[in-house]
Design a protein around this ligand. Structure first.
Ligand code: URA
Length: 261
């Protein structure tokens, strides 16, 4: 089977035979080609990452690497399609979810199903546009359930998380946000190396590589639990994040999901 690399090489050879000696490349294509021509050695990875100057270039490089991420692919427990992150490489807030599910795998973007709609509502209530934050998953591939898969999803296991973690860590090094928000226990366990329920991890500031981290319930928890107390708990975490980011908070926002007196 021809790889994308073979197809690209043949395409370029064809152009050269026809006398074309220049092609226009966008930033992402440039990074992918550079990577093919001079792939970074295992111990040179950080150097290659450092040589790319803007966060966008670094993220494009990481997207290309994630596509061929052998540490994850060789496990044989993750599905084929890599679903990379979305959003602004200059974001002040990075959200870390669990893994792509059925909808995300189909559309190739994190948080585009029902949990994604809930997440968009939360961001909207905070006054943040989805495009202005950066949304990633601790595992970049939908975990496989073999023949039972259908539309069902499962959480990534520790091995699957460990395989993808270097990509997430590199994304965070590229972006250096002011704040990270872990959505759910799986993301928190993977990023912070802390065990425990969300209930025990939320309500405090943690740290990843010098960046403050907050933990909250996964948006899908709010789809299962519509109690005002659950919504208020998540909202209090969002208020803490807004304060950290110095986003102005109105009295109305402060009072969201409080019981009516
Ligand atoms: N849940 C996640 O944690 N990530 C997604 O991308 C979608 C649902």
């Amino acid at each position: 089977m021809s790889t994308l690399r073979d197809i690209t090489r043949k395409g370029l050879q064809c152009l050269r035979e026809r006398g074309v000696d220049r092609v226009a490349l966008d930033g992402e294509a440039r990074v992918i080609l550079q990577n093919w021509i001079a792939p970074p050695a295992a111990d040179g990875r950080k150097t290659a990452e450092r040589e790319l100057s803007t966060p966008e270039q670094k993220i494009a490089y990481l997207r290309a690497r994630a596509e061929h991420w052998s540490a994850a692919r060789r496990l044989g427990t993750l599905r084929e399609r890599m679903v990379f992150s979305t959003g602004d490489a200059h974001a002040r807030l990075v959200l870390v979810g669990e893994a792509p599910g059925y909808d995300e795998e189909r559309l190739g973007e994190p948080f585009v199903g029902k949990a994604g709609q809930k997440l968009n509502e939360i961001l909207h209530a905070m006054g943040l546009a989805r495009e202005k934050v950066y949304i990633t998953n601790i595992c970049k591939f939908r975990p496989s359930m073999g023949e039972r898969q259908g539309t069902a999803n499962r959480a990534p296991d520790p091995e699957e998380i460990a395989a993808c973690l270097p990509i997430v860590q590199a994304e965070l090094r590229a972006i250096r946000p002011a704040c990270i928000l872990c959505l759910g226990a799986t993301a928190a366990h993977g990023l912070l190396g802390q065990q425990g329920s969300v209930g025990s991890l939320r309500g405090a500031w943690w740290e990843h590589d010098g960046i403050p981290v907050r933990v909250t319930y996964h948006p899908s928890y709010l789809l299962r639990n519509e109690a005002l107390s659950a919504r208020r708990a998540v909202w209090e975490d969002m208020l803490a994040v807004m304060e950290k980011l110095e986003i102005p908070i109105s009295d109305k926002q402060r009072g969201y999901f409080l019981p009516r007196t």
